[in-house]
Design a protein around this ligand. Structure first.
Ligand code: PEP
Length: 249
């Protein structure tokens, strides 16, 4: 039986007060969810307030990024130890917005993944092609390259891979179920080349304009094991409907 993994990526949204307000509504809506890990990635400033609300519940906390060094003169950065201390169990690494706007290249992504895993923090590792790359027929080359470089020297445990086509993030354009399944199966194959049978238990989740309207059809795809949700995770009603997706169509 699949154990789904559904994570909210709040990006640079919500103050501490808004975080608390969201959780007061959201937690009762998802308290009976079973068979799905529910994860919330608020901004760093809201982590502690979120942790005070989610501890002892079925909702886990994730950070949106980290820096690979343990401590020191790295103004503005956050270490793995700080994230664990704040109650995080996961961290998103390699999100396309970090790659595009903050210069996170494959090497940086790989270092961040290794630092997180070394300390026992679960990793939500994002890969995905741009529209230009898809139209040029380069989708599979990009996915192979990002996946292999990001995971070089990385073991399989505590790892979730998120396929996030850049053209579908925040645009309202979702990949069709066929497009999602095709790339997820391809990622599974790459993981099998590195991890053999163990690749079957690595969750490969889809991200890119997931909504209450399209989640059910995406979740029935064979190799889709969950979702990474941006815009539609900001309202408790909408994200709780996604988490409570219908397993049969
Ligand atoms: C994301 O940022 O990870 C994402 C998938 O955003 P959205 O759901 O808004 O497309």
């Amino acid at each position: 039986m699949k154990r789904y993994f559904i994570a909210a990526n709040w990006k640079m949204n919500k103050t501490i007060g808004e975080t608390k307000e969201f959780l007061d509504s959201f937690l009762p809506m998802v308290k009976d969810v079973s068979g799905t890990e529910v994860v919330l990635a608020p901004p760093f400033t809201s982590l502690d307030a979120a942790f005070q609300k989610v501890k002892g519940t079925n909702v886990q906390l994730s950070a949106q990024d980290l820096f690979w060094e343990d401590k020191g003169a790295y103004t503005g950065e956050i270490s793995v130890a700080m994230l664990l201390d704040a109650g995080c169990r996961h961290v998103i690494i390699g999100h396309s917005e970090r790659r595009q706007h903050f210069g996170d290249n494959d090497d940086a992504v790989n270092r961040k993944i290794k630092a997180a895993k070394k300390a026992g923090l679960g990793v939500i590792f994002c890969v995905g092609e741009s529209l230009e790359q898809r139209e040029a027929g380069k989708t599979f080359d990009v996915i192979r390259s990002e996946t292999e470089k990001g995971l070089e020297g990385v073991t399989d445990e505590n790892l979730v891979v998120a396929y996030e086509p850049i053209w579908a993030i925040g645009t309202g354009k979702t990949a069709t179920t066929e497009q999602a399944q095709e790339v997820h199966a391809f990622i599974r194959k790459i993981l099998e080349d590195s991890y053999g049978n163990k690749a079957g238990s690595i969750r490969i989740i889809y991200g890119g304009s997931v909504t209450p309207e399209n989640v059910d059809s995406l979740m029935v795809c064979r190799d889709v094991d969950g979702a990474l949700v941006g815009g539609a995770s900001l309202k408790p009603e909408s994200f709780s409907r996604i988490v409570n997706f219908k397993k049969e169509m």
